[in-house]
Structure formats: C-alpha cells, structure tokens
Ligand binder design. Structure first.
Ligand code: ATP
Ligand code: MG
Length: 298
C-alpha cells in the first residue's frame, strides 16, 4: 500500500512586493510504499524542504494532490506521522529529558516511552544535561527521538545527518535502519549519497524542482555496466566503440568501463573475440549512487 502518494505537486513562492515568482517544486509525482526507506535526493535549493513542508502541511501547495495513508485529509494523517524539519527547536537550558517530556505531554505520551526512546537514540546517559551542551550529533538524535516519540507509522526527516561526522552519521543510520526493521516508513531528504545508498531502499532525485528519477536503489545502481581488462586498453576501447550495443566506453584505472544498451556480457565477449580481442578480465560493474546522481543532476 502507498502510504505517501504525491500527484502533480507544485509550489510557486510569490513575493508580491518584489513581483517575483519562484517555482520551487514543479509538477512532481511519486509514491512511497509502506516499509520503504525512501531517500529524497537533490542539490541545494532543488526543492526538498519545500516538498517536505507540503507533505507536513506546513507549506501551502500551489497545486497538486497529496495522499497520506490513501487519504487527502492531511490533518487526519498527522497523528500517524513524526517529523523533523531542518534545525530542531528545543529549549536550550532544559535537559534533553525535559525537552522530550514537554513534547510527550502535548501528545499525551507517558513517561515510560520517553525513557524508552532516550535509550533507542543512545541519549540515556546524557538525558539530564542541558540541550545547549549537546554535540550536534546528540541534538540531531534528540530531534529524531522527538519525531519517533509517538511511535508513528511514517517518519519524515529533513537532512537528518546534515553536518555530522562519520560516527554521528553512523549512529543516525543505525536508528533509521532500526525503524525500517520495525516496518515503519521513513522518508528522508539528503545530499549524502553514500549514506543514502547504505540506508535507503528507494530514492527519488529532484533537480530544479523537477523529479528526474525514481526507483529502488538496486535498480538505479545496477545499470548494465561491464568492466573489461586487456593488454591493449586503447585498442580494446576502439573495438568496443564499434559495437552497436555499447552506449559508451571509458578508460579508468587501467580498465575499460562499458555502458551496455542491450545484450549481455557473453555477447559483448563474442563480439570482441570476433574482432581478435581477448580480454583478461570481464565482469559486471555497479555504478555508485553518487555516480548516478552526478550523471542525473550535472
Ligand atoms: N519562503 C520562500 N520564499 C521564496 N523562495 C523560497 C522560499 N523557500 C524556499 N525558496 C526557494 O525555493 C527553492 C527550493 O528551496 P528548498 O529549501 O525547498 O530547497 P532544498 O532542496 O531543501 O535545499 P537545501 O539542500 O539547501 O536544503 C530555492 O530556490 C529557495 O531559494
Ligand atoms: Mg532543505
């Protein structure tokens, strides 16, 4: 079941005084199935936060439709969603525990869950310290705790690992993966591609407000790429360029990488042999999500 469904969603920011318009989100459609960890990727200013704002009904959409749990009434869905938006707002002089207790009180959540969630985000031993003394990683984890407090079915996170060091990123990754294991749906925006590749099951890529790609991480990163090695790399590349099934061939680190439009490795190999080229290595290669992203957005 699609828990998030977005159809032809657009946002135009209008500034009447300056008589300016900015189309931040341009007619995008995507859907997120229950249990997916969905990465929403895009360069700075591409429309990620605006889209999340519209999903949360904090930013008014200009046009289009949003369905959460199949329902266009976003208010009804709100109770089943937890979210963080860019920089989390907490009281700096209060402890992490007291900050969460305030959220819990507003939402009618009991004390036991506050303790439980502090354990999950590994803040139990620092819970009595003031928020302002927390490291950035701890602040982000407290924001995650706040989003997860009511045990929501969908967790929406805007750049949850932004600005964190590798250890901080790893901690956030573990928490998100834990949510995935529980069957929760996570929608997160990010530009940390390596991280998204390790954490997410599905992604959508947005550029200048337009959706340029969506699919499973597996689909996006396992395009038809072959890696070949031979004694004479330049000759190998020349022969490959004469093969109709090859879209491109480039030499990197002493090997030739070929994007194949059709056929498989043995067909390519047959073609090479027919031209008198015998390779010493032939294998399927994966493209990293970063490579796919740069290809899509540059
Ligand atoms: N309130 C606003 N008024 C006018 N323009 C806005 C407003 N908020 C955002 N924009 C513009 O809309 C575009 C998309 O912004 P948005 O914050 O959604 O991008 P983003 O993908 O989240 O970027 P980042 O990676 O930097 O967080 C940008 O060009 C931004 O300048
Ligand atoms: Mg943003």
């Amino acid at each position: 079941m699609s828990v998030i469904e977005v159809n032809n969603l657009s946002k135009i920011y209008r500034s009447p005084l300056a008589r300016k318009e900015k189309c931040a989100v341009d007619n995008i459609s995507f859907s997120v199935e229950q249990g997916q960890i969905f990465g929403f990727l895009g360069p700075n200013g591409s429309g990620k936060t605006t889209t999340i704002g519209m999903l949360l009904d904090i930013i008014n959409r200009t046009s289009g439709e949003i369905r959460l749990f199949g329902d266009t009434n976003l208010n009804a869905a709100r109770k089943r969603i937890g979210a963080t938006l860019e920089t989390p707002n907490f009281y700096p002089y209060l402890s992490g525990y007291d900050n969460l207790r305030i959220v819990a009180k507003i939402k009618g959540i009991g004390e036991a869950r506050v303790q439980e969630i502090l354990g999950i985000v590994k803040l139990a031993d620092r819970q009595k310290d003031a928020f302002k003394t927390y490291s950035l990683g701890m602040k982000q984890r407290l924001a995650l705790a706040s989003a997860m407090l009511s045990d929501p079915d969908i967790i929406i996170l805007d750049e949850p690992a932004n600005g964190l060091d590798p250890e901080g990123i790893r901690e956030i990754r573990e928490i998100i993966k834990g949510l995935g294991k529980q069957g929760k749906t996570v929608f997160l925006s990010s530009h940390l591609l390596d991280e998204v590749e390790q954490t997410c099951t599905h992604v959508a890529v947005i550029k200048n407000g337009k959706l340029v790609k969506q699919g499973s991480v597996q689909e996006l990163t396992s395009r038809n790429i072959a890696r070949l090695e031979a004694d004479d790399t330049d000759f190998l590349r020349t022969v490959i360029r004469g093969y109709s099934g090859a879209l491109s061939a480039e030499v990197r680190d002493g090997a030739v990488y070929v994007a194949l439009s059709e056929g498989n490795l043995s067909e390519l190999n047959r073609h090479l042999a027919s031209q008198g080229v015998y390779v010493s290595h032939l294998s399927e290669a994966r493209q990293s999500l970063e490579e796919v992203f740069i290809e899509l957005t540059s």
